[in-house]
Design a protein around this ligand. Structure first.
Ligand SMILES: Cc1cc2nc3c(=O)[nH]c(=O)nc-3n(C[C@H](O)[C@H](O)[C@H](O)COP(=O)(O)OP(=O)(O)OC[C@H]3O[C@@H](n4cnc5c(N)ncnc54)[C@H](O)[C@@H]3O)c2cc1C
Length: 379
């Protein structure tokens, strides 16, 4: 039977970051993914600088042959309302393509890659895991996204959880469409739904356009997306009919918590349900939870009991807080339904609210310390 010390199920940003953090640990690390990389991933492809810092990614090196769109501001509004433009004068985010980004992270992770094989069978034998009846490991990391089989093994009831459902479409524009497109690469646009249960976006990444919409309420998502695309077209923002949007669902941190720790097992990224509740940003929590899990595994020195691993749960609470709100944006959770639309329109019209609350607090998390501050506590 094949074997490794740590098997990571899922080679997205969470899984590859966990492996990367263990690259000098002396442990034999393998990543199992059901897909062959590079693979498509439904996503807006917006990342914050904290992601690049945490993974020590050199911007110039990454940009060679890959899409990297610096973002220096945002345009915010409610759908159909006046737009507020906020400028920072320096990059405060980046646009990437998941097809390229995830493959880059996976190839530099240092792990043995087992691609094109899904985890279909999981069993415990003494202090070991037996995966697909052919692979033995002492430590298992569930990084397989929202529907991760390891999360199900730990008791996740996927059909009963409250999820964000989102759809996006990313496509290349030709010369004529590039000329006709009014979206600026450095200043992407965010449009909030009037009930504040979600938002749409329009990101230009060099010659690509990514448009999408995510909502906490899955009801009639395709209708909301269709109406949003119609609005963009009528407003002259979309220079062509966007190809059909693809969708996916994921969990927000603290909304429907999952059991993330067991004997010889941890969950990270979307498998643990960690996306930021206000913006739906999931890449940063995926990367950071991967790094925290890696540090906990290295510190455990081969003793992977639940008690030894339980500090991971504490670290996540310290890093991300106790619980999120039940809405994608804070005001929807604070006000009676009838007032939400009115309040949202008034607030989103002001440049103070757009910058201080929407961008700095909800989207950029400007006041949060870097993950290094939390990694130092692991021993
Ligand atoms: C429409 C949309 C737009 C989004 N936009 C953004 C954005 O702009 N910025 C942002 O930060 N976040 C965004 N997110 C959220 C973000 O995509 C996720 O939070 C992020 O991908 C989580 O990373 P992960 O590594 O945990 O999981 P994933 O990236 O989903 O990776 C999981 C991996 O596990 C593999 N896998 C699954 N099942 C198995 C199995 N049985 N066996 C083996 N392998 C398996 C999959 O093939 C996959 O490669 C968006 C999400 C959606 C749906």
């Amino acid at each position: 039977m094949d074997s490794c010390d740590v098997l990571i199920v899922g080679g997205g940003p969470a899984g590859s970051s966990c492996a990367w953090s263990l690259r000098n640990s002396g442990l034999r690390i393998a990543i199992l993914d059901k897909q062959l990389f590079p693979r498509h991933k439904v996503c807006g492809g917006w990342i914050t600088p904290a992601v690049l810092d945490a993974l020590q990614i050199e911007l110039a090196e990454y940009a060679q042959g890959r899409t990297l769109q610096p973002i220096t501001g945002f345009r915010t509004s409610y759908i159909g309302g006046p737009e507020v433009e906020t400028h920072y004068g320096e990059p405060i985010s980046y646009g990437i393509r998941r097809f390229e980004f995830d493959d880059y992270l996976l190839q530099r992770s240092g792990a043995r890659l087992l691609q094109g094989e899904a985890l279909t069978h999981l069993a415990r034998s003494g202090e070991e895991w037996i995966v697909n009846g052919r692979l033995r490991c002492a430590m298992l990391v569930g990084a397989g996204g929202t529907f991760c089989p390891v999360a199900r093994f730990l008791g996740a009831k996927v059909s009963r959880e409250i999820v964000v459902a989102a759809q996006e479409s990313e496509f290349e524009m030709d010369e004529r469409q590039l000329f006709a497109c009014s979206i600026s690469g450095p200043v992407p646009e965010l449009y909030f739904c009037s009930d504040m249960k979600g938002y749409g976006w329009c990101f230009r990444k060099q010659n690509l356009l990514n448009v999408g919409l995510g909502r906490l309420d899955q009801h009639q998502l395709s209708k909301h997306v269709g109406e949003f695309l119609k609005f963009l077209k009528a407003a002259g923002k979309l220079p062509l009919d966007a190809p059909p949007a693809l969708g996916h669902a994921y969990l927000l941190f603290g909304v429907t918590p999952r059991n993330m720790v067991g004997e010889g097992v941890l969950l990270i990224g979307d498998a643990a349900g960690l996306a930021y509740p206000q913006s739906g940003e999931g890449i940063r929590p995926a990367v950071e939870s991967g790094l925290l899990a890696g540090a906990v595994i290295a510190a455990a020195q081969g003793c992977y009991s639940r008690d030894r691993l339980d500090c991971y749960r504490t670290l996540l609470t310290e890093r991300f807080g106790k619980s999120g709100t039940h809405s994608m944006t804070s005001i929807a959770g604070l006000l009676p339904t009838g007032l939400i639309g009115f309040a949202a329109r008034r607030l989103l019209d002001t440049s103070w609210f757009a910058r201080t609350v929407v961008l700095d607090r909800w989207f950029l998390h400007s006041n949060e310390p870097s993950i290094d501050a939390f990694l130092q506590h692991v021993n």
